[in-house]
Write a protein that binds this ligand. Structure first.
Ligand SMILES: Nc1ncnc2c1ncn2[C@@H]1O[C@H](COP(=O)(O)OP(=O)(O)O)[C@@H](O)[C@H]1O
Ligand SMILES: N[C@@H](CC(=O)OP(=O)(O)O)C(=O)O
Length: 456
């Protein structure tokens, strides 16, 4: 049995729905289908999920929302029309359902946001099931509640509850093709709660693990996972195989093609993942597996992301002060801040974190607390940092991987703001200024993968 997830770009239009149907019909093993909400049809288009967020925001702030609600319903209508489905009742149900959610959760903004966001996948799964059924397939829409996807009650940030897996097993006994909406589950108290953005990948992985699928297929809009983001390097090298560990590091660090939180369920269940292209299903795609032969290729990929900052602290004799690190991290915990890395020296410590966590007065308050409670000599924040992550299972045992990177940076005249290697066996992190991050990635790509590169 295969579980196949179709991402937003794969279900963005009637034409894409047809490709999905062909893929489903071409293999009887594809028994469970997980769908996202309609995504972008072309560069510059708006995803349904983003329209739904606009709708919920407007409703929460008592602003007019008729035009955005209309735009959402129109997207589904266009898909249905393009598929020649007579679904006027299904389409009017979408408008009624959105309005009803707004009325029900008027005084609970977090609940309203999650219920509206989740409806993008929910309506699309109903439409997909209806379409497959119209083609003669025994297709059934299955809600996450019925499937048994139970999650923690953290709006927009749900995590799967372990008891879900027992219930999910029962899906194996069902007949026909099951169509499950991605991106959300239900709390034990019966509320809709969404996963983080891009979370349909997580639903697919949970369902694949729950039913013990032979493979979890993740259909998207590229032929494979590339060793760098194709928006930074033109036609980069395709990857045949990656390990779960490599993929988790790469997706956490910027490979948005597969959600980093989608690795754990399939990894634990030992289910291979195959990332494939809905627009070119004949291409072999990329396999994510437990082990790969990495003797010739110690580096698997280079990921990057922007929007980080570094809190830099110095205090003479910091090395002698037992508990300094704990007190520093306690201040961040009190402020609800999560951090990425903590490089340290004898009298210095830096904490690297996502800068969007420091909105409003938070930045000043944290700096004041560090200054007064830890009596430091100096504390300041450096903004505008990008992190570049070099990832590969074989790196640890290969001499000269770091030297290649530093030489490539030197040749490209890129200043390294910080390096962190060691705690993860499969990755090496470089901090650079945001303005030079693309050059940094290209320099590393050239050093590890190619001598002929065409930069975009
Ligand atoms: N290393 C990479 N390899 C392949 N695609 C990547 C990589 N890094 C970023 N991407 C981007 O991820 C996109 C696919 O992910 P996403 O937009 O979430 O698709 P979907 O609509 O299927 O959910 C690709 O179109 C590509 O722009
Ligand atoms: N639609 C949701 C969930 C998702 O996974 O979408 P996509 O498959 O388009 O990344 C989002 O945009 O976040």
């Amino acid at each position: 049995m295969k579980v196949a997830k179709f991402g937003g770009s794969s279900v963005a239009s009637a034409e894409q729905f047809r490709k999905v149907a062909d893929i489903v019909c071409s293999d009887v093993e594809r028994r469970i289908i997980v769908v996202s909400a309609p995504g972008k049809r072309y560069k510059g288009d708006v995803k349904i999920t983003d329209l739904l967020i606009q709708l919920a925001d407007a409703a929460i702030h008592d602003e007019p929302y008729d035009s955005v609600l209309e735009a959402i319903v129109k997207r589904y209508e266009e898909i249905a029309r393009g598929l020649e489905l007579s679904v006027s009742s299904l389409i009017s149900h979408i408008a009624d359902d959105l309005q009803q959610k707004i009325d029900t959760y008027r005084d609970a903004p977090d609940r309203l946001m999650d219920a509206i966001k989740a409806s993008g996948e929910d309506h699309n799964a109903r439409l997909m099931a209806f379409y497959l059924y119209s083609l003669g397939l025994e297709a059934h829409y299955v809600s996450p509640r019925e499937a048994g996807i139970f999650v923690t009650d953290e709006p927009g940030n749900a995590q799967i509850l372990p008891e879900s897996y027992e219930k999910l097993k029962d899906l194996r006994k069902r007949h026909g093709v099951l169509v499950i909406p991605g991106f959300f589950g239900y709390s034990l108290t019966g509320h809709i709660v969404t996963f983080p953005r891009g979370g349909s990948d997580i639903t697919g992985s949970i369902v694949a693990a729950g039913v013990g699928a032979d493979v979890y297929e993740n259909f998207t809009d590229v032929d494979s996972i590339y060793c760098v983001n194709p928006a930074i390097v033109d036609h980069p090298r395709q990857l045949k195989e990656l390990t779960y560990r490599e993929m988790r590091e790469l997706s956490y660090s910027g490979f948005s093609v597969f959600h980093d939180e989608a690795l754990e369920p399939v990894y634990k269940a030992g289910i291979p993942v195959c990332v494939k292209n809905t627009n070119n299903p004949a291409a072999p795609g990329t396999w994510i597996v437990a082990e790969r032969n990495h003797n010739d290729e110690p580096v698997a990929g280079i990921a990057s992301d922007v929007g980080f900052c570094s809190i830099n602290i110095s205090k003479y004799l910091m090395n002698r002060e037992i508990g300094f690190g704990r007190k520093l991290l306690q201040i961040l915990e009190d402020e609800g801040i999560s951090y990425e890395h903590v490089p340290s020296g004898i009298d210095n410590m830096s904490v690297i974190l996502r800068a969007n966590q420091l909105e409003g007065e938070k930045e000043k308050r944290i700096l004041d607390r560090i200054q007064t409670e830890l009596q430091v000599d100096e504390v300041h924040i450096e903004h505008g940092l990008a992190l570049v992550m070099v990832v590969g299972e074989g790196m640890e045992r290969t001499v000269g991987v770091a030297a290649k990177a530093t030489a490539a940076f030197a040749e490209a005249n890129i200043n390294i703001e910080m390096i962190n290697q060691g705690s993860s066996e499969v990755s090496m992190m470089f901090g650079v200024k945001e303005e030079v991050v693309k050059e940094a990635v290209r320099a590393l790509y050239e050093a590890y993968f190619s001598s002929h590169i065409h930069s975009l």
